[in-house]
Design a protein around this ligand. Structure first.
Ligand SMILES: Nc1ncnc2c1ncn2[C@@H]1O[C@H](COP(=O)(O)OP(=O)(O)OP(=O)(O)O)[C@@H](O)[C@H]1O
Length: 345
């Protein structure tokens, strides 16, 4: 059975600028995918190509098995059955919430249209707001109306371009979780574009990390965080220090941090340089540990201190420790490295 959305080796150029290069990914029905990456990496370009606003210069895009984009074939946007929610989600200010949601349903009989609008407003938790106008709603409520409006014509797929970026960060994450539940409840396939990993983690089943128009890693959120395959992925996702260390011998090959080889880490040759990604939560305060690192800085985070620690060679790692662990700058903090979570690159 064809997948709901399939991009095969898609490239998009703007004149000489290659905005997206050789991009392949697909989504099954009801799956939520995310294009994640820094500004200018080509996320919006790909979304616009899926919507039909940008022609592809190579490769193909299919929706439910039907070719919609290739260099020689371009189904116009209005015939694609693609719903969109954009960053500025402009609702029509002079239309009521009900009329905003029903906007794409003008061909339906009035009763049917009304039923569909009511159902969608209930779904997004705004059943009582149908007669209000956009300016009478909060930012989060307006965004939910925009989603209801995009879902109303029952598109094959919905595209969300930084849909929560105008909201504050606490609301953003809550809404991302809510919207995920809404999409899942209706088995809607969706592509989310964001540069915010928390949003991506909260919403997506699979994440395609992009950099400079190319795919860095397509994976689950868990794997991107715990098993990044490149330096870029390691640095972009989460906090962490990338250490360069020398393997010492077979038994204890990174003595600076008390690491020893195991089946996961393998056995690099003694003397080999090894790159290790260490997350702050994997450097654990342990009064029994022989590894004692000097405290360079510490920042109070309420329940925790975030310590910045120096290895003997000057490289730095961070450690999250309970704020009851009160060690001053310049003193030594005994720590253990949680080896299970340390990533070797
Ligand atoms: N109309 C255009 N003409 C020429 N170059 C463009 C055009 N639109 C985008 N670009 C370039 O293509 C690249 C990808 O842009 P795109 O907007 O897809 O990035 P993005 O990842 O969505 O970035 P952001 O997160 O900042 O929105 C950038 O280098 C950008 O400067």
């Amino acid at each position: 059975m064809p997948r709901q959305l399939e991009l095969q080796s898609v490239s998009v150029n703007y004149g000489d600028v290659v905005a997206a290069k050789d991009i392949s990914f697909g989504l099954g029905a009801g799956e939520i995918g995310c294009l994640l990456g820094p500004s200018g990496c080509g996320k919006t370009t790909l979304l616009r190509a899926i919507a039909g606003f940008e022609p592809v210069s190579a490769g193909s895009i299919s929706l439910h098995g039907e070719l919609i984009s290739s260099p020689s074939h371009n189904v116009p946007p209005e015939q694609r059955r693609v719903g969109m929610v954009f960053q500025d989600f402009a609702l029509f200010p002079h239309l009521s919430i009900e009329d905003n949601v029903g906007f794409g349903l003008r061909t339906l009989a009035r009763r049917e249209r009304r039923r569909r609008v009511e159902e969608l407003l209930e779904l997004v938790g705004l059943g009582d707001f149908h007669a209000r106008f956009p300016h009478e709603l909060s930012g989060g409520q307006q965004q939910r109306v925009a989603l209801a409006r995009a879902l109303a014509p029952e598109p094959e797929i919905i595209l969300l371009d930084e849909p929560f970026s105008s909201l504050d960060s606490a609301l953003r994450e809550t809404l991302a979780v809510e919207v995920r539940a809404l999409l899942k409840a209706r088995n809607v396939t969706a592509v989310l574009v964001t540069h915010d990993q928390h949003e991506a983690f909260a919403m997506a089943d699979s994440i395609t990390l992009l950099n400079e128009g190319e795919i860095v890693q397509s994976d689950s959120a868990y794997n991107l965080y715990h098993h990044p395959r490149t330096r870029f992925a390691a640095a972009f996702i989460g906090d962490g220090a990338l250490l360069t260390l020398t393997a010492a011998d077979d038994k204890q090959w990174l003595p600076e941090i008390g690491l020893s080889p195991d089946s996961e880490t393998g056995h690099p040759e003694p003397g080999a340089l090894v790159q290790v990604l260490v997350r702050p939560e994997d450097v654990v305060y342990d009064p029994q540990s022989r590894v004692q690192l000097t405290v360079l800085r510490r920042a109070f985070r309420g329940a925790e201190f975030l310590y910045t620690l120096a290895l003997p060679d000057g490289q730095q790692v961070q450690c999250l420790a309970s704020s009851q662990v009160d060690v001053a700058t310049g003193e030594a903090l005994p720590v253990r490295f949680n080896q299970r979570h340390i990533v070797l690159l």
